[in-house]
Design a protein around this ligand. Structure first.
Ligand code: ZN
Length: 350
């Protein structure tokens, strides 16, 4: 599908119309597609540079999940989460993406629906409990968080041709029905059943760089970059408050003495620190000891390799490629469930 942008005159006219619609709406939800994530360098399936131009197996599987942990939300994602925080008229976001960027930008899980599942939610195949992870965890060798269950874990992300889970779809449907305005962002509106949802509301507007089969039903179709579109909305409603869009991204990890080993993981059950590439312990004499990666994704160092137990551990942590920070030094207290935080400041310009 060819991509195009409206001319500046067209855009100015459309944005003044959009502000009028926004100002009289009381219950607003967002429906987002792959186009909102392209600025985070996650390919769109149907855009000019989309994955449908890639070999079939990659197109079927979507973006490689391994790379998603280091992707940061776009300005569009961030504005949606801040609007929902600052203005009670913004209620909900439903997405056809499984990249988790809405949640990473601060949108609470209960105010969002991942209609096609997400790589960040795992379900136990035996007891059906769902677990929300902060990082994408490899399924190999991992079992249900409930020790008595022993069921296998599986990610909820849906591939092409698979059935869509009922829960998120129903919540997205209810949100559209309750809305007097649905804003569709970056969706070519060709993926069933997602494409049918916005028209359940009283009124919907579309921002996309391609025509969609639903344009005739839409109150307004804006052909613009999503970050620009969302930036205009934010500036219209909260001029001068752009600083609120900046965010901190953090990933905690914990270091514990378990039996005869020092273990580094995340502080969360069943969630290894997969964002870590390598860890070294700095001994007081300046020498380094390498942690080893265990089968379950944790890192371990035998206690016997530490000549003297000091009160604090100095650790050098290297992160996987893709993060802007590649290493950091952390001090852990012995015997406590110590936390170290990878802090990354993400700043956005309107
Ligand atoms: Zn289970």
């Amino acid at each position: 599908m060819a991509e195009f942008l409206d001319t500046e005159d067209e855009l100015n006219e459309k944005y003044s119309e959009l502000y009028k619609i926004l100002d009289k709406s009381q219950n607003i939800s967002f429906f987002t597609g792959a186009g909102i994530s392209t600025a985070a360098k996650i390919p769109d399936f149907r855009g000019d540079h989309g994955l449908d131009k890639a070999p079939l197996n990659i197109a079927q599987m979507g973006i490689s999940e391994r790379n998603l942990d280091s992707k940061m939300p776009t300005l569009g994602h961030r504005i949606i989460s801040m609007l929902m925080k600052l203005d009670t008229r913004f209620k909900f976001v439903a997405t056809s993406n499984h990249d988790g960027l809405h949640q990473k930008s601060g949108t609470p899980w209960e105010k969002s629906a991942n209609v096609f599942g997400t790589a960040f939610i795992e379900e136990c195949l035996t007891c059906k409990t769902q677990y929300i992870r902060q990082v994408i965890t490899p399924a190999l060798h991992r079992k249900c968080d409930d020790e008595n269950c022993d069921g296998k874990l599986k990610k909820t992300g849906v591939r092409y041709g698979q059935t869509v889970p009922v829960g998120p779809l129903r919540r997205a449907e209810e949100a559209a029905q309750a809305s007097d305005l649905v804003i569709v962002l970056g969706s070519s509106m060709r993926t069933y059943p997602f494409c049918d949802l916005p028209s359940l509301s009283n009124c919907f507007v579309v921002c996309n760089k391609q025509d969609t089969p639903y344009d005739n039903e839409a109150k307004l179709c804006v052909h613009d970059n999503i970050d620009n579109f969302m930036g205009r909305i934010f500036y219209h409603l909260f001029p001068g408050e752009e600083e609120k869009l900046n965010m901190e991204y953090r990933q905690d990890f914990a270091m514990n003495v378990v039996g005869e080993e020092v273990i580094v993981s995340t502080p969360r059950v069943n969630e290894p620190a997969v964002f870590i590439d390598n860890i070294q312990l700095k001994l007081p004499n300046g020498k380094m000891r390498n942690f080893e990666l265990k089968m379950n994704g944790d890192f371990s160092l035998p206690l016997e390799q530490i000549p003297e137990h000091t009160l604090t551990y100095q650790v050098l942590v290297e992160f996987k490629s893709g993060f802007e920070v590649d290493k950091t030094e952390v001090t852990f207290m012995l015997g406590e469930e110590s936390k170290g935080a990878l802090i990354k400041n993400v700043t956005y310009d309107l």
